[in-house]
Design a protein around this ligand. Structure first.
Ligand SMILES: [Mg+2]
Ligand SMILES: [Zn+2]
Length: 187
């Protein structure tokens, strides 16, 4: 007997992996989203995700949560805040298939999952049957781009970090998430 879960993901999917902070929501000046009041979408996020929802991609979030790593919030508080983020995204009609986080302590030498490591993407690929070569990693930092490169995806750097960076490894550099989704829709 085949269970429902395996049926759903029996066919290989392509995915857009999205970083959260600095990509979908504003990275606050202190760079930690540890309170509900700090959760603020970028002006184009809803429109971007609305367009992304019409494309044939699974949408997966992959986020290094330094706030947990540093003990500012615990994992339970993170998921509460994350629920608020997902509620704010709901008007776009997007389905976030799954959210992967690295919550390992900062400076922990044995953390195997923090981006730029590809572990979260590889895990998603295994669990959800994702074709990484036909997928995208989108984020505001070089660590996002390298996580994508290390996992074998195409990559898009969005210039919406507190201090926007350059990446010569990125497949494309977008001004914001909407620009990134527009690029994905035509490539
Ligand atoms: Mg980020
Ligand atoms: Zn980790």
């Amino acid at each position: 007997m085949i269970v429902t879960g395996s049926l759903v993901y029996a066919q290989q999917m392509r995915a857009v992996f999205l970083d959260r902070d600095g990509t979908i929501i504003v990275d606050p000046p202190d760079e930690r989203v540890d309170k509900a009041e700090k959760i603020k979408l970028f002006p184009d996020s809803i429109e971007a995700l609305r367009k992304l929802a019409t494309l044939d991609y699974a949408v997966i979030l992959v986020t290094n949560q330094a706030g947990i790593s540093e003990g500012l919030i615990n994992e339970e508080e993170f998921w509460k805040l994350h629920t608020i983020v997902l509620e704010k995204l709901a008007p776009s009609g997007i389905t976030i298939l799954k959210t992967y986080i690295c919550a390992c302590p900062h400076g922990h030498d044995n953390c195997g999952c923090r981006k730029p490591k590809p572990t979260m993407l590889l895990q998603a690929s295994k669990e959800l049957n994702i074709d990484l070569e036909d997928s995208w990693m989108v984020g505001d930092r070089q660590s996002d781009i390298l996580a994508g490169v290390n996992a074998g995806t195409k990559t898009i750097l969005v210039k919406t970090a507190n201090v926007p960076v350059e990446s010569k490894e990125a497949t494309y550099t977008a001004s914001n998430l909407l620009d990134a989704v527009q690029y994905i829709s035509t490539h």
